[in-house]
Design a protein around this ligand. Structure first.
Ligand code: GLU
Length: 187
């Protein structure tokens, strides 16, 4: 288990997210990644410095986003398995610390609903599950809540949805998440 960081506010989210990840590095990790709803995702294997180098070659920008340091439990420490993970349409993105115990059952059920899995992680089911429930409920928060009720295991989560790009949903179960509520910005 390693670290997640998320930001929604008025500042350049890329630098806030990278600073957030740097402050979590002491926990140990094997790969890193960020997603900004306004511009996309960048992931890398190894140190946060590798992520910084890739970000320098990309034009990621925006004022909100989610970020992750991964300590692989399900799937090798590869770029594809690095977080954030997304649904088919790439409009729901998730970073996760912990282990989803019922991911195999969920994965099989979601595959039957047309979900295409690209990684070996347990985490990817969360993005597809939220997306599946979002299509039915048409409400980001309700879709997240319903999905959390279907998960078994431990999680610290930050979730970003294209429908509401300035909102991050956070959740925890058996893992800590700290909320920082600021003036015009939240962490
Ligand atoms: N179980 C997830 C994975 O293997 C999350 C690992 C973590 O907590 O960093 O991708």
């Amino acid at each position: 288990m390693c670290g997640i960081f998320a930001y929604a506010g008025g500042k350049d989210a890329v630098s806030v997210l990278v600073d957030g990840l740097s402050s979590l590095e002491y926990r140990g990790y094997d790969s890193a990644g960020v997603f900004l709803p306004e511009s996309g995702a960048v992931k890398s294997v190894g140190a946060v410095d590798n992520l910084k180098k890739k970000l320098a070659q990309n034009s990621l920008h925006g004022t909100s986003g989610i970020a992750h340091l991964r300590w692989a439990t399900h799937g090798e420490p590869t770029e594809i398995n690095a977080h954030p993970h997304h649904n088919n349409n790439k409009d729901v993105w998730v970073v996760h610390n912990g282990i989803i115990e019922n991911y195999k059952e969920l994965r099989e059920a979601l595959k039957k609903q047309g979900c295409n899995f690209v990684s070996e992680t347990d985490t990817e089911v969360i993005a597809h599950l939220i997306s599946y429930n979002l299509a039915k409920l048409n409400d980001f928060e309700k879709a997240v809540t319903k999905s959390l009720n279907e998960l078994k295991g431990t999680y610290g989560l930050a979730i970003s949805c294209a429908k509401e790009p300035n909102k991050i949903n956070g959740a925890r179960m058996g893992a800590p998440v700290v909320l920082g509520l600021g003036d015009g910005q939240n962490f």
